[in-house]
Design a protein around this ligand. Structure first.
Ligand SMILES: [Zn+2]
Length: 447
């Protein structure tokens, strides 16, 4: 990251930053964060170095701030360019910043934001979005806690904040974070960690998003395998399950690397959180304590199944992204299907159990390419998107044959890496891998 060295040098020499500079290939987020664990509060400075790769001059920037959905949670103090405050407007969770000068193509601008997040208690445990950014008696869950650049497609894409599903979409960016926390609090993030006492520095390149989970109760277990460091952070009551959880992480990572393509990071972390939901972030995911406590000494439980599901999101969601509001099947249908693939390889005797207990008799209320706005309850959403997605992918595999199917998904992974894919991309790339007519299949699942 040579531009980091340039920043460090210019800071050292006291050089003032020009308003725009030559663009790097991706945005860079640099965070300086103070966590007040007892007050469930964090104070953050966020520097964003934003390249204009749109090919068009740009006069504004759109950030999505999911934390701003609940009044009193997100408190923006300032937005500055080169030390000068600039104007911004709010529209729901959309924060639009007006640039002081037009940003030309292939130039970059540095924005400095300062804000406070007053993390709310976990009240609606049924909502994924609410469970992302919440505190419990066990941990501070900091998912989607910061202003996140919106994707750009001939204009900024303002993804609505919906109560169902994961209402987020973002392009990949590089992340550097320096976090100061109370001495007894473990701060779990994605990426490479350099810890000095109570100062935690994470570096996470090419990431979909950067999340943190903090807790004074964590018991850490770490192992290295095949060039990756795996860590699980369990609450003390589940520390005895660290070994089986690490084993599942390694197996899942090994499998998905083999069938789809390389995992991009040197670390993979799992943090247990209170409540029923598990959630993916880049290089890190959470598993709800009810999923962990489901372990029964056999492969037939949610600890194994959900861990495999969440690990697979590193491939589908993380590396290959999608608009999770418009076409969530492209990550959740894949993740559900990858649970099956895990059982097929590691405990084939349990695949029928998976079909019976997870899928049962599929009664999808909506086509597979529905968006979160098409649903009013979680159960219908899970059936139509997660379960129907897995059934469709399994059906496609049977229709075109396993070899063509595997070659197709490797190709989709390679071409979709560090991008956002669409259902259209899925079928366009599929055409290169099979002569079989899939129109009937497509018509059965898609609108
Ligand atoms: Zn998922």
């Amino acid at each position: 990251m040579s531009r980091l060295i340039i920043f460090a040098l210019s800071a050292l020499l006291g050089l003032s930053q020009p308003v725009s500079q030559v663009a790097a290939p991706r945005p860079l987020y640099e965070f300086t964060i103070q966590i007040d664990y007892a007050a469930h509060r964090l104070e953050a400075a966020q520097r964003v170095t934003l390249p204009n790769s749109s090919g068009q001059p740009s006069s504004d920037v759109l950030f999505k701030v999911p934390a701003a959905d609940t009044p009193g949670v997100f408190d923006l103090h300032s937005v500055e360019v080169a030390g000068v405050p600039i104007t911004y407007t709010w529209n729901g969770t959309a924060l639009r910043v007006t640039l002081p000068t037009v940003l030309q193509p292939d130039r970059a601008i540095v924005l400095d934001l300062k804000f406070v997040v007053n993390v709310p208690p976990l009240e609606n445990a049924q909502s994924f979005a609410a469970a992302n950014l919440a505190y419990t008696s066990d941990a501070l869950n900091l998912g989607y806690w910061y202003p996140l650049l919106a994707p750009y497609r001939d204009g900024w894409v303002n993804v609505p904040f919906e109560p169902i599903g994961d209402p987020f979409a973002s392009e990949v960016a590089d992340y550097l974070a320096t976090i100061t926390a109370p001495a007894d609090v473990t701060v779990v993030g994605g990426g490479e960690l350099d810890r000095r006492g109570n100062i935690w520095k994470y570096a996470l390149p090419r990431a979909r998003t950067f999340a943190l989970i903090a807790s004074p109760r964590y018991r850490a277990s770490t192992t290295r395998f095949g060039g990756v460091t795996y860590s699980v952070f369990m609450l003390p009551e589940h520390q005895s399950l660290a070994t089986i959880t690490l084993e599942t992480l390694i197996r899942a990572k090994t499998l998905f690397s083999a069938i789809y393509g390389p995992y991009p990071y040197k670390t993979l972390r799992l943090a247990e959180v209170s409540g029923p939901w598990s959630m993916e972030f880049s290089g890190l995911f959470t598993v709800g304590e009810t999923d962990i406590a489901d372990y029964n000494g056999t492969p037939r439980n949610r600890l194994i199944r959900v861990t495999a599901h969440e690990v697979s999101h590193q491939w589908w969601y993380g590396v290959v992204g999608d608009n999770q509001v418009r076409e969530p099947w492209l990550d959740e249908g894949f993740a559900r299907f990858n649970e099956l693939r895990y059982y097929e390889v590691y405990s084939p005797a349990d695949t029928q159990w998976w079909w019976d207990t997870v899928i049962g008799t599929l009664r999808a209320a909506q086509p597979l390419n529905s968006g979160t706005a098409d649903f009013s309850d979680h159960r219908t959403y899970l059936t139509s998107i997660y379960n129907q997605g897995a059934v469709f992918l399994d059906d496609l595999r049977s229709t075109i044959g396993a070899n063509a199917f595997n070659a197709f998904l490797r190709d989709l992974y390679r071409r979709g890496s560090f991008r956002l894919i669409t259902t259209q991309d899925f079928f366009d790339i599929l055409k290169n891998h099979t002569e079989v007519n899939v129109q009937g299949l497509k018509a059965r699942y898609f609108r």
